[in-house]
Write a protein that binds this ligand. Structure first.
Ligand SMILES: C[S@@+](CC[C@H](N)C(=O)[O-])C[C@H]1O[C@@H](n2cnc3c(N)ncnc32)[C@H](O)[C@@H]1O
Ligand code: FES
Length: 453
């Protein structure tokens, strides 16, 4: 079967630094240029451009092979794309100046590449070298630290429309030599580009890391930067069995709380629409949002059902931040806030829906059983409890996001953790819930719903 007239495989293989590869020589840029040219000529239904792994001619890349006829191209650049698309894909004339027609030579080159690769592999195995992927994971903190430091210094905003290292250093009140070293590291990570000695933000950095962008994620990412300090105590926490620098939310600085709630808001805004769709807002007249944070979920439920009144319970430092979002959404008449402690305070009664989103991981097992019991009491007959969380598989070894998040709770809380579906189900059964079921949603968070019948 050939659903397209031409299927173009372009190599985008990345190899360890120093080894020749299409990825290092701009394979991705070639793919993007080809796709652009194909779209510009309205040929999308006839030409499919697919990124692929090594084609075996690694020293001559970026390489591509075009089927059905099996035409090989080597040493492509984005500048070749218009001519290649016009000649080969519009007029059916392979581009002779880039085509590799010398089949025997191609085979010989592939054999040499394969032998070299096997020789390197055997030598490394004999030397007991760490596999590249393992090595990369062990050193991944270097990349993470460089980006977090740039965010802490608000470097991407300082780069603005471009600047030399000394000027950028002056803008962030930092040392010029060290700032230039950081800029070079960020260039190696493709977050900035250096042209004629002038540093510029990459499109991704300009969009997500600069105060000039409406999509600036820096305020929320400052929470990730703060998590770095917790994670650096992991070894001590594993020995101690609890966080060694733990402080409750209400003991934190206002900067920390703002970054924390900004981070929660970012996630919540993304998840709110699918969550409301999965839980359902119809028939809900009163809902309680326990530890409702920025209010994003209550706002989304209220927007989905004009009859619905939502009540957010949260700490004194957080409620004004939620109130700001509620006012911005013009929902002050239907989304209400209440200062209180979810661990101890009476939650109220007669709710049709209680939402507990990203709360249970802060609590230990006993506290969760207690909270879920009080949620049951707060519901009207027929009312539902919806718990949104990172939910572990029964053996707790997956998904990775939930297993790692459990460590995030170890280093940051007294006794928080990620819990498994059987644990949530058991707490809900014990509280008296029926019709307990898991709802799968896109993304890392899971949802469990139970009914007070
Ligand atoms: C991880 S955030 C989740 C926020 C929101 N539910 C969401 O999913 O985006 C935890 C929330 O619980 C609140 N919180 C923590 N301890 C609390 C307590 N003892 N009483 C009430 N709220 C608390 C925090 O202020 C924060 O808003
Ligand atoms: S890396 Fe592209 S052909 Fe080997």
């Amino acid at each position: 079967m050939q659903p397209f007239r031409y299927h173009v495989f372009v190599c985008d293989q990345q190899k360890p630094e120093g080894a020749p590869s299409c990825g290092a020589r701009g394979g991705l840029a070639v793919i993007e240029a080809l796709r652009r040219e194909v779209a510009a000529r309205g040929l999308e239904s006839q030409v499919q451009v697919t990124a692929c792994g090594s084609l075996g001619l690694c020293e001559s890349g970026p390489n591509a092979v075009v089927y059905p006829e099996g035409t090989w191209y080597c040493g492509l650049t984005p500048a070749d794309a218009p001519e290649l698309v016009e000649e080969h894909f519009r007029h059916g004339r392979p581009l002779a100046r880039l085509e590799r027609g010398d089949v025997d030579q191609v085979r010989a080159e592939m054999a040499v590449t394969r032998e070299k690769r096997l020789a390197v592999m055997h030598a490394r195995e004999a030397a007991g070298a760490l596999p590249d992927d393992l090595n990369d994971r062990i050193r991944a903190f270097q990349q993470s630290r460089a980006i977090l430091t740039a965010l802490e210094l608000d470097l991407f905003t300082a780069i603005g429309d471009g600047g030399v290292a000394a000027d950028i250093a002056a803008r962030i009140h930092a040392d010029p030599r060290a700032t230039e070293m950081l800029l070079h590291a960020l260039a190696s990570l493709q977050l900035v580009a250096k042209r004629d000695g002038v540093f510029h933000n990459s499109p991704a950095a300009a969009r997500h890391f600069s105060a000039a962008s409406p999509h600036n994620a820096r305020p929320a990412l400052m929470h990730t930067a703060a998590l770095w300090k917790n994670w650096s105590t992991l070894t001590e926490c594993v020995r101690a069995g609890t966080s060694v620098i733990h402080r409750e939310v209400d003991e934190r600085s206002s900067d920390w709380t703002q970054a924390f709630i900004a981070a929660m808001h970012r996630n919540a805004v993304e998840r709110a629409v699918p969550l409301v769709a999965a839980v359902g807002a119809q028939g809900v007249r009163r809902m309680l949002d326990v530890g409702g944070g920025s209010g994003a979920y209550s706002i989304a439920f209220a927007a989905a059902n004009p009859e619905l009144q939502a009540y957010i319970l949260d700490l004194v430092a957080v409620v004004p931040l939620a109130q700001r979002h509620i006012d911005e959404a013009s929902l002050a008449g239907r989304v209400h806030t209440r200062i209180g402690d979810l661990r101890t305070d009476h939650l109220g009664e007669g709710y049709d829906l209680v939402l507990v989103s990203a709360i249970c991981h802060m609590l230990d097992e006993k506290e969760n059983a207690h909270l879920i019991g009080r949620c049951f009491d707060a519901l009207a007959p027929g009312g539902r409890l919806a718990i949104q969380e990172f939910i572990l598989e029964p053996d707790k070894c997956a998904p990775q996001s939930a297993a790692l998040f459990s460590l995030n709770m170890l280093v940051g809380t007294r006794a928080g953790a990620s819990y498994s579906e059987p644990e949530y189900t058991a707490w809900m059964h014990a509280a008296g819930f029926t019709a307990i079921h898991r709802v799968r949603m896109p993304g890392p968070a899971g949802l469990i719903i139970g009914t007070r019948s």
